[in-house]
Design a protein around this ligand. Structure first.
Ligand code: ADP
Ligand code: TMP
Ligand code: MG
Ligand code: ZN
Length: 183
C-alpha cells in the first residue's frame, strides 16, 4: 500500500492550519495514528503546538531540519502532518516521497509566496508532486471580498523570513495590492 500527498497552500489567514488540523481530527476519529510537525522557527502561540489564528491548538513536534521527521517515525503511523512548510529545507520533498512509498499519507500546509511575491522553494516543490492541492483564499482586509491571495507586509522592517501575525501582515486581493503598490 502507498500513501498520498496533500498540500494546503495560500496566503496568511486563509485557513491553511485550520484545514490541516481538520484532517488530523478525521484520522484521529478513525483511530488512525497521526504525528504533527512544525518548524521550530514558528514560535507563535506556544512552542509545542500547531495553532490557528483563532487559537485552536494541536500538539506538535518541533523540528529544525526536515530529516528530523525520520527520527520520530515508528511502525504503525498512518499519517504525517507538517505545518509552515515554507520554513523547512527542501529535503522535505525527498522525505515526503519516502513516506508515501512506505504507505503513509502526508499532509503539508504552508505559504506559497512571501510578501515579496517570491515562491517559497519547499512549498513549490511539494506542490509539484502533490496528489491533491488545496489552494485557500483569505478575506481581503482592504475590500472585504473573499479573494485574497497575497500576504501584504504592513511594517517596513524585517526580512523575507519574519514570523508574525496581524502586527506585521494583512491578507489582500490582487486588486487591492495593486492600489497599495501605487499609493
Ligand atoms: P493560516 O494558517 O492560513 O494563516 P488559520 O487556519 O491559522 O490560517 O486561521 C484562519 C482563521 O483566521 C479564520 O478562521 C479566521 O477566524 C481568521 N482570520 C483572520 N483574518 C482573516 C482574513 N483576512 N481572512 C480569513 N480569515 C481570517
Ligand atoms: P500563517 O500562514 O499560518 O499565517 O503563517 C505564516 C508565517 O510566515 C507567519 O509567522 C509570518 C511568516 N511570514 C514570513 O516569514 N514571510 C513572509 O513573507 C510572509 C508572508 C509570512
Ligand atoms: Mg497557519
Ligand atoms: Zn481587496
Amino acid at each position: 500500500m502507498v500513501g498520498k500527498i496533500t498540500v494546503i497552500t495560500g496566503p496568511m489567514y486563509s485557513g491553511k492550519t485550520t484545514e490541516l488540523l481538520s484532517f488530523v481530527e478525521i484520522y484521529n476519529i478513525g483511530k488512525k495514528k497521526t504525528i504533527v510537525f512544525k518548524p521550530s522557527i514558528d514560535n507563535r502561540y506556544g512552542t509545542d503546538t500547531v495553532s490557528t489564528h483563532t487559537g485552536f491548538q494541536v500538539k506538535a513536534i518541533r523540528i529544525s531540519k526536515s530529516k528530523e521527521i525520520l527520527d520520530y517515525l515508528k511502525d504503525g503511523i498512518d499519517a504525517v502532518f507538517v505545518d509552515e512548510i515554507q520554513f523547512l529545507d527542501v529535503e522535505l520533498v525527498d522525505i515526503v516521497k519516502k513516506l508515501v512509498f512506505d504507505g503513509i499519507d502526508v499532509y503539508c500546509a504552508g505559504l506559497d509566496i512571501s510578501y515579496l511575491e517570491n515562491p517559497f522553494e519547499t512549498t513549490s516543490k511539494l506542490l509539484a508532486i502533490a496528489d491533491e492541492v488545496i489552494k485557500k483564499k483569505a478575506v481581503c482586509e482592504k475590500c472585504g471580498e473573499h479573494r485574497a491571495t497575497y500576504s501584504y507586509k504592513i511594517v517596513p522592517n524585517g526580512g523575507e523570513i519574519d514570523v508574525g501575525g496581524k502586527d506585521k501582515y494583512i491578507a489582500v486581493c490582487r486588486e487591492c495590492l495593486k492600489k497599495l503598490k501605487t499609493e
